[in-house]
Design a binder for this molecule. Structure first.
Ligand code: C2E
Ligand code: CA
Ligand code: CA
Length: 427
């Protein structure tokens, strides 16, 4: 294996103390190592391909704080390496670096983020010390959850039978993520997100167990459990004077269930919730297959006054078509068009035109994936209504919401102080 370790001594403590450079070119690696060393990085590992990087990552203890990944490499290239990491339990912050065109490098950055990997920067080579230092400095902005860790992930160990037992046994919990007014920061509602923790084995990733539920005919039972918990909780919040709209994710696969509309109406009635307090989020990309029955269900839900949100907008193949035939009330822009759009002109253009279109269609707009102050400020400039993302809050159990709401004015104050003059959060 062409890998090794280089080290530098006694420089002022840099934000990055250890990293792994993955690049097939020895010349490029040497240049990168020298630059990183000059910036004070003490421990530099090297790998000449994606495969070598994976072997190293499996054995290094502790993990390096950062990976710098080249794209073009023989054998496993940088994109395959990133995909591999996205499927696995390791979460190591990344810098994507390549001599290829900017749009390709940025697209890989988007891909990595969509896979849930923390990405510090995507840069064209050769990297200058200044650019690299700026990327290193970003590591402070990642929260603790994004630092290099091997996530205890029970995902690979679960079976359909275990999921069925968990649903029946009430083990599927729900967390709530605030949706706030982008102009004022005031919380307007929450998205309800299913959670499954296996005792002693950690969390199962939602996208994994939701897909499993969809494949195994369990999604309706899971959705019923999530809806019941969320509506009960919203009713409880109502009694505390906290009127929040709740957004529930509906898989298109439940939309052919003839009793669904009556069940949702009955649940809302039982908990004295107005239909206008409940939004149903439907992922657009998978709607195409079951359009017939789904359209009837969606129209009836709307007739009863429930909100309908087109989720992950922009990622499907027939967004415009869905918008033209389903009575949506809200357009929820996928996070791949939101986070980082301020630095990437083509994302910004897509974001702005989606918002303009939504407003012309009288839809309220929600941006997912608001991770930085720059994302927030851009959304203010572009006229988005609501925002949701890690900058505002991570999904949390219901019992944490009142405290989060109490602390929100102080949080907004901090954000306002951090904002550039003239671009500050409006009040
Ligand atoms: P989604 O509907 O797009 O939900 C938003 C996802 O983005 C959540 O992931 C949330 O934790 C994550 N997120 C929120 N803010 C940020 C941010 O600033 N940056 C990034 N990178 N991510 C952010 P989660 O909870 O892992 O859920 C994944 C998906 O699983 C959801 O995507 C939804 O499609 C599905 N899901 C979750 N709960 C349910 C459910 O009860 N029913 C159905 N049918 N699907 C569900
Ligand atoms: Ca959603
Ligand atoms: Ca989404």
């Amino acid at each position: 294996m062409e890998s090794g370790i280089s080290s530098a001594g006694g420089v002022a403590v840099p934000p990055i103390a250890s990293l792994l450079v993955v690049d097939d070119s020895r010349v490029q690696r040497n240049h990168m190592v020298a630059t990183c060393r000059a910036l004070g990085v003490e421990l530099i590992h090297e790998a000449a391909s994606g495969a070598e990087a994976l072997v190293l990552l499996a054995s290094l203890q502790p993990l390096p704080q950062l990976l710098i990944v080249d794209l073009e490499m023989p054998g496993m290239d940088g994109i395959e390496l990133i995909e591999h990491l996205g499927r696995g339990p390791l979460r190591v912050p990344l810098i994507v670096a390549s001599t290829r065109e900017t749009i390709l490098i940025e697209s890989v950055q988007t891909m990595a983020r969509n896979l849930g990997l923390p990405v510090l920067a995507a840069m064209r080579k050769p990297l200058t010390p200044g650019a690299l230092q700026a990327a290193f400095d970003q590591i402070g902005q990642l929260d603790a959850a994004s630092a290099s860790v091997a996530i205890p992930d029970a995902t690979s160990k679960v079976s359909a039978a275990a999921l069925a037992r968990a649903i029946v046994g009430g083990e599927i919990a729900v967390h709530y993520q605030p949706k706030v007014d982008i102009r004022t920061g005031i919380v307007r509602g929450v998205e309800v997100l299913a959670r499954w923790n296996l005792v002693g084995m950690g969390a199962v990733r939602p996208d994994h167990f939701i897909a499993l539920a969809e494949r195994e005919g369990l999604i309706l039972a899971l959705t019923r459990s999530v809806m019941a918990q969320a509506m009960e909780q919203a009713a409880l919040w109502n009694t505390m004077g906290l009127k929040l709209s709740i957004a529930i994710n509906l898989s298109p696969l439940v939309l052919d269930q003839p009793t669904l509309v009556d069940e949702i109406c009955a649940l809302a009635r039982r908990h004295h919730l107005g239909a206008d307090q409940v939004v149903l989020e439907i992922t657009e990309s998978s709607l195409v297959d079951c359009m017939g029955a789904a359209l009837g269900v969606l129209n009836r839900l709307r007739l009863h006054g429930f909100g309908l949100s087109i989720d992950d907008y922009g990622t499907g193949f027939s967004s415009m078509q869905q918008l033209s035939r389903i009575p949506f009330t809200e357009l929820k822009i996928d996070r791949s068009f939101v986070h980082g759009a301020c630095e990437r002109n083509h994302l910004r253009v897509i974001l702005q035109s989606a918002l303009d279109m939504a407003h012309q269609l009288d839809l309220s707009t929600v941006a997912e994936g608001v991770e930085t102050l720059a994302d927030w400020q851009l959304l203010q400039e572009c006229g988005c209504d609501l925002g949701q993302g890690y900058l505002i809050a991570r999904p949390m159990p219901a019992k944490e919401m009142p405290r989060w709401i109490r602390q929100q004015p102080a949080r907004l104050w901090t954000l306002r102080s951090a904002a550039l003059p003239g671009l500050g959060l409006q009040t």
